[in-house]
Design a binder for this molecule. Structure first.
Ligand code: SF4
Length: 59
């Protein structure tokens, strides 16, 4: 599964809590910008999709 981030769904005003939920450390964030996925690390497990309250992650 390829997961993508829809930046317009992210309020971009907080530290992304999903960074600590991703089991392989595949999510990066510059300041409070929308998070980005490192596809070299992402396994497509889908946890980020499940836990982001704003549904910013999808497949
Ligand atoms: S799908 Fe899983 S491995 Fe990939 S970014 Fe989301 S939580 Fe991390």
């Amino acid at each position: 599964m390829t997961v993508k981030v829809t930046a317009s769904r992210c309020p971009q005003n907080h530290r992304c809590p999903i960074i600590n939920i991703c089991p392989v450390g595949a999510i990066k964030q510059e300041g409070f910008a929308a998070p980005e996925i490192d596809y070299d690390k992402c396994t497509g497990c889908g946890k980020c999709i499940k836990y982001c309250a704003f549904r910013a992650f999808s497949n």
